[in-house]
Ligand binder design. Structure first.
Ligand SMILES: Nc1ncnc2c1ncn2[C@@H]1O[C@H](COP(=O)(O)OP(=O)(O)OP(=O)(O)O)[C@@H](O)[C@H]1O
Ligand SMILES: [Mg+2]
Length: 338
């Protein structure tokens, strides 16, 4: 893994590097706040703190897993790295260029190298389209392809995702959920992206096709060396695909490091609870059950955001801000009391 949250070297050519690996995507102190509708004209404006001071590095060719409860800010963080959401503060870099501050040229050139696949393939595909029309659309929008070239590109990418040339003329609604996700993956791959955000790509699918789609994503990464940001609630899926993991809680990264290390010795009490839920299934570990709900992202508690639910919380946790600190070569944790 290429983990480095705190210091990133920038060489003379502007390429950000860490441990000799090039970094494709990074954020520095990234915060994204959404305004809440005011209840009255005189009420104080309040904000949802969807992402709060996040600094991550995603190296070229790695699969980076992002895990956390619903509403903790995973999709917002991913969307900010794609330039879909403007940061409230902080920076977003893609291949060395800052894309978060609204510089259109930098964002436009980065966008050519980025794609996203969504949770629900049916919703991401136009039901009126044939497979050919759906998959070829990104190339048709870019322009410059003859009909024959489009056909060749579509048939090559369909083969890559386990579909056939004869599927090209069928309507997208004629396929099962798993096959529709393959079509959505083909549509993303046709522009040969360097960076692919997979936002819960299997959670809307039947359990029986989870493994097939995950295997497909693993083999595509091996063949094409694409950089993934893989978002999931499913730690088993993250473990299968990702070399690096970040655990997110209420907009902040609470633990970050090599997947191997985090699964072997999770440090943050929140990570321990998440991992115990997976390992307790095969009896390897006793399950830690979290009590209560996460605090509101509108009124973030002072001190550690996880303290109100933490089994190991000290009095000081309620007032001490927890910062990510290196606890091993490839392991960072935001809890000072581990
Ligand atoms: N466009 C928006 N406008 C206002 N609030 C938003 C917007 N997008 C997200 N939010 C809020 O920001 C917080 C984080 O949302 P986000 O979708 O990033 O969470 P998530 O971790 O991806 O959740 P899930 O696992 O359910 O997809 C939530 O409280 C959500 O309601
Ligand atoms: Mg989401």
């Amino acid at each position: 893994m290429c983990a480095a949250i705190i210091c990133v070297a920038t060489d003379l050519s502007g390429v950000r590097k860490m441990n000799d690996k090039e970094i494709l995507v990074s954020t520095r102190g990234l915060s994204v706040h959404f305004p809440v509708k005011k209840e009255s004209t005189f009420a104080r404006r309040r904000y949802i703190h969807a992402v709060e001071g996040v600094s991550i590095d995603i190296c070229k060719g790695e699969a980076f897993g992002l895990v956390g409860e619903s509403g903790c800010g995973k999709s917002t963080l991913a969307n900010a790295t794609l330039g879909f959401v403007r940061p409230t503060s902080g920076e977003v870099f893609f291949d060395g260029a800052e894309i978060g501050s609204g510089k259109k040229a930098a964002l436009k050139s980065a966008r050519l190298k980025m794609q996203k696949i969504f949770q629900n393939p049916a919703a991401s595909l136009d039901p009126r389209y044939s497979v050919f029309k759906a998959v070829s659309e990104p190339l048709r929008i870019r322009g410059g392809y003859t009909a024959k070239e489009l056909e060749n590109e579509v048939s090559a990418v369909l083969e890559r995702v386990g579909l056939t040339v004869s599927d090209m003329s069928r309507g997208v609604t004629e396929f099962s959920g798993g096959q529709q996700q393959r079509i959505a993956i083909a549509r993303a791959l046709i522009v040969k992206p360097e960076y692919l955000v997979c936002d819960e790509p299997v959670s809307a699918l039947d359990v029986s096709v989870h493994a097939q789609i995950l295997d497909l994503l693993v083999s595509l990464q091996e063949q094409l060396g694409i950089t993934y940001l893989f978002i999931s609630h499913d730690l088993a899926a993250v473990r299968k695909l990702c070399g690096t993991i970040a655990i997110m809680y209420l907009g902040q990264i609470v633990e970050y490091g090599s997947a191997e290390r985090i699964f072997l010795s999770p440090a943050h009490p929140y990570t321990r609870a998440l991992i115990s839920a997976v390992l307790s299934l095969d009896g390897a570990r006793e399950r830690i059950v979290l009590k209560g709900d996460a605090a509101s992202p509108i009124d973030l508690p002072s001190g550690c955001a996880f303290a109100p639910r933490c089994q190991c919380a000290h009095e000081k946790c309620k007032s001490t801000e927890c910062r990510l600190t290196r606890i091993a070569d490839d392991h960072f944790c935001a809890c000072p009391y581990i």
